[in-house]
Design a binder for this molecule. Structure first.
Ligand code: PMP
Length: 423
């Protein structure tokens, strides 16, 4: 018997109630870092090594909660006056003033003259996002130059913030395994006026290659000549040289040359506060009268994105930055981390050269910061994973903090085997 009209309508209604509105969703392109982390977690091999994730690990292969962080958290736990009210849109002022001073230096003229301010945001990522939104939506910039090798999220964040023209400038010279300074200056010199240029002030991710001071000066010349806008992104302040002041040299030099700029400053790696999402966007400008207007625009941007930033990390970092003894303790932690990374670089190079591993390996010790751009090809990286259970990014980027005294020989022998077997 054929169903009646009413029954048919009810059947159709049931069918459409069970058909999901999400049935048309396709998988997004894979995020490489996510696949590397997941692949490592699934791997049950006892000798597996994680050189993928961008996080510090101790010589025991563990995350490091620094002692001063633990002490501040204990005090916070005992403080009966603490509450969990919202921070205002632009975050905690004491935090952003301290973070801005840390970036620009204790003697900074622009800080004294009120020509700099900071905004607390969600890690380095949040700072890049709100800074990009400001440049694109408020100032109508639509072109940004990003180093050809960079943190993979720059493209995504900036295009979603409204930049319609994202261009790359040359950065890495694969034959020299070093900075391609000629390529960089050529590309920036032909950038259209009023473009934004993204710059890593230290410990360039992923290459570990930074310009020298003379080269930074030349970059500042081009930026000045072509009226480009410098947008620094510093996620490793203190982890390149071990000294936060030295690692801020490029930004301070641009300020000395009277350039206006943005700088996204992350405390994820330098304080081991990855999950607390703590960062500061520093703005340096010529006219302090514009600050309140700029802050009002940032409020709208932040309100539409996430309303206000979290408290916890801001309280930890500002407590430390305002206490000279604790700040010194933090600086000692940075020296220790940078020193361990440097030691691992030297030992790895020494072992590879000792085994006469094909190729040259001095770039491993010339590069600075968390990452080494090893020069391993995508095919070799795949082999390292499948044969040796060692994980890194397909670009050949390896996190030097994933090395420790226990796995160093294993990793060096694996690299030796890989470059011997896979050309
Ligand atoms: N910029 C660069 C250059 C980075 O390497 C990173 C972290 N990998 C970030 C920004 C993001 O920092 P955060 O984790 O604090 O958001």
């Amino acid at each position: 018997m054929r169903p009646s009209g009413r029954a048919l309508r009810s059947l159709t209604a049931k069918a459409s109630a069970s058909a999901s509105v999400f049935r048309a969703v396709d998988s997004a392109p894979p995020l490489e870092i996510f696949s590397v982390v997941a692949g490592f977690a699934r791997d049950t091999h006892p000798s597996k090594v994680d050189l993928g994730i961008g996080a510090y690990r101790t010589n025991e292969g563990q995350p490091w909660v620094m002692p001063w962080v633990q002490r501040i958290e204990q005090l916070m736990g005992q403080d009966k006056t603490r509450n969990h009210e919202y921070l205002t849109f632009l975050g905690c002022d004491t935090f952003s003033q301290a973070a801005t001073a840390l970036l620009l230096g204790p003697e900074s003229d622009v800080v004294r003259q009120g020509k700099a301010f900071g905004i607390q945001s969600l890690g380095g990522t949040g700072c890049v996002r709100i800074g990009s939104e400001f440049l694109s939506r408020v100032l109508n910039y639509n072109t940004a130059y990003i180093p050809a090798q960079t943190w993979d999220n720059h493209h995504r964040v900036m295009s979603r913030s409204g930049f319609t023209h994202l261009k790359e400038y040359r950065y890495w010279h694969p034959l020299n395994k070093a900075l391609d300074f000629e390529g960089l200056t050529e590309d920036l010199s032909s950038a259209p006026k009023y473009s934004v240029v993204v710059l890593h002030p230290c410990a360039h991710n992923p290459t570990g290659c930074d310009p020298t001071q003379e080269q930074w000066d030349r970059i500042a010349d081009i930026i000045q000549e072509r009226k480009l806008f410098p947008f620094f992104d510093t996620a490793y302040q203190g982890l390149a040289s071990g000294d936060v002041d030295q690692d801020a040299w490029a930004v301070r030099h641009f300020v000395k040359r009277e350039l206006e700029l943005f700088c996204a400053q992350s405390f994820s790696k330098s304080c081991g506060l990855y999950g607390e999402r703590i960062g500061n966007l520093t703005v340096v400008l010529h006219d302090p009268d514009q600050i309140e207007k700029m802050r009002s625009q940032f409020r709208i941007i932040v309100r539409a994105l996430y309303c206000s930033p979290p408290r916890h990390g801001a309280q930890i970092v500002s407590t430390m930055l305002q206490d000279p003894n604790m700040q010194e303790e933090w600086r000692a932690c940075l020296r220790e981390m940078a020193g361990r990374i440097r030691d691992m670089r030297h030992s790895l190079r020494q072992k590879l050269e000792g085994m006469k591993t094909p190729g040259t390996w001095e770039h491993i010790t010339k590069q600075v910061g968390m990452f080494s751009f090893t020069g391993l090809t995508e095919h070799q990286v795949q082999y390292m994973k499948e044969k040796h259970h060692i994980y890194m990014l397909s670009s050949g980027r390896a996190n030097m903090c994933g090395l420790n005294n226990k796995n160093l020989d294993y990793v060096a022998s694996a690299i030796h085997d890989t470059v011997t077997q896979i050309k």
